[in-house]
Ligand binder design. Sequence first.
Ligand SMILES: Nc1nc2c(ncn2[C@@H]2O[C@H](COP(=O)(O)OP(=O)(O)O)[C@@H](O)[C@H]2O)c(=O)[nH]1
Ligand SMILES: [Mg+2]
Length: 280
Amino acid sequence: MKLLKTIKKIFEKNDSNSIENIEEFMLENNFGVEFTENFIEKIKKERVTSENIEETLKENIKTILNSADPEIHFGNSIPSVFLFVGTNGTGKTTSIAKLAHLYKNQGKKVMLVAGDTFRAAAAKQLEIWADKLNVPIVMQKEGSDPGAVVFDGLNSAVSKNIDVLLIDSAGRVETKKNLLNELKKIERIIEKRTGRKPDETLLVLDAYTGQNGIAQIEVFSSMVDISGIILTKIDGSSSGGIIIPIIQKYGIPVKFICTGESIEDIEQFNTETFIKMLTG
Ligand SMILES: Nc1nc2c(ncn2[C@@H]2O[C@H](COP(=O)(O)OP(=O)(O)O)[C@@H](O)[C@H]2O)c(=O)[nH]1
Ligand SMILES: [Mg+2]
């Protein structure tokens, strides 16, 4: 990503447009208005030099990142239930497969629930992953009630002593009202069966979408209590700058980042590692 190096380079040019160019670059890379304006003020007022600009920026970013707790919450009784929400195409199903792989390798018993019953292809895709990873999956036919699938999944998980139950959900934000009712019902069923809300409700966001990701936080927060974010596709050309306004504005921790399409491309969020990624 090399974002911080680029900012330093722009600063070193030291022409009449440098500060404006830094501002533009930071906004383009989704650092968010609040963070960008504060930093620009700092450059103008304090003795920021080409020697310390990168360090100053890093420190400012660290303060924001450290203000949210990225710890993953497992339940105090099994199964721990993780509900995945997010717009179609952001990487929900893939992230579930990645986490199933990760937790299975840690010796946990994992089960998947195909809660996106709207499209047959969605359940099929999850089923393919379940087969590949050799983990059980609970699914029903296309068009069935997602609440019923989740109910089945919970019962099956309890009877099989599953440690972690990963629940996929539909992402058709176009029919917001239906999705809202669906997610609320899923939450209710989980609470009834386990005595608690989902241990994690993870919103999956695609880093490529930039500011649209922020809009998705607004939409999904109005439906469910988001406990954390999985930021996908921060490989290739996309920058991870979007993490800053997510944490600064919404106080929602980023819990995992995904850096590619293969099963191992997921890691738990860590401030130091992330700063290194931004530095390049
Ligand atoms: N490059 C890249 N592609 C990803 C990542 N995560 C998911 N994808 C791809 O994004 C597409 C949509 O993913 P999918 O899991 O089906 O999204 P869903 O509709 O939210 O369930 C697929 O082609 C995935 O392989 C990632 O971290 N990096
Ligand atoms: Mg999916």
